[in-house]
Ligand binder design. Sequence first.
Ligand code: M6R
Length: 383
Amino acid sequence: MGEITAVNTILGQGDPTPAEKLGYDHFMLKEIHEQPQALRDTMGMWLTGESVFLREIDFQSEKIRTLEKIFIIACGTSYHAGLVGREALEKLTGLPVEVDIASEFCYRDPIIPPNSLIIVISQSGTTTDTLVAMQGCLERGVKVIAITNAVNSTISKKAHCTLYTRAGSEIAIAATKSYVTQILALIILALHLGAVRKTIEEPQYRGLLKGLNALPHQVQQLLEQAGDIAELAQRYATHEHIFFIGRGLDYAVAREGALKLKEISYIHAEACAAGELKHGTLALVTQGVPIIALATQPHVLAKTLDNIRTAKERGARIIAVGTAQGRGLRELAHHLIEIPTTHPLLSPILTVLPLQLFAYYAAVKRGCDVDKPRNLTKSVMTE
Ligand code: M6R
């Protein structure tokens, strides 16, 4: 194990920690199981029982009130966290939010209004693509907030202020606990900005705080289903193509689920917005093709069910992820993974858990090197 070391100082769980698997077969599995604690540690810094307090955001309230637009820039899993965070930021701040892949952002000469806020997300804090994009923003004089897991990393030193996730060391190349804590940081930031801008109703604020506080326990509950998910993953591990579908936040999580599966199991996995299936990808859905269908968002549930039904009629095997409120899902699914009920904006933190476990157990079944997938590195320091 001596060959794997964390690059930067990582906060949380009594770090800096030695790289030990603590009885787990792989670091990835250990890190999946550390998610309740990672959420508690990250939340603990910013949530009091009654409110959110982000002392790191030292901009004048006036600056926050006059913001025009938010950009989120990141790569890979961190980009996927940004896709989830966009929804909370738009809903709670009333501002338009654009989410960009860092390596695209820097070369497309984006229009950035002067009163913009840039949020860069990077677990390692050293990803070159993200750094290059960030540098361009700094040169234009806009405010930059970093969300990272690594103290004193290059990204945190360059940003105007940093929100540190307390995920603890993440050794496996596949990001897991960093993803859920990044989403958490974005939601808490959205609550903070919304409170200053007075764009959040009191009941909504209270409801989200209550939901956030319940998350670590709900994640723990989900982890107790690991055995069932392992069985499911082993059953489908011989397939060479698996599709993930969902609408809204479920589509954002579907993209992360597909990335996780392909990077560690080498199964070709593709995420498709459920409504887009019929515009092309449906041609690949034949007898027995597995589709992991996410259906946790109440306002698009009926439409998602229609899309699942269409895929099932073409022969797809449906592995559904939904809540007890998801009427009709159980009847459509060949397998149902039930996630605890929470506020729809928070559900990605729960929905991703079974997808991480599915990817992990499928990769183990296929004999893959789970912690160190071929061709990939933990910190990508090339463009
Ligand atoms: O350290 P970063 O968050 O900047 O890394 C960005 C991506 O390379 C990273 O999220 C990658 O996609 C994951 N390790 C995949 O699981």
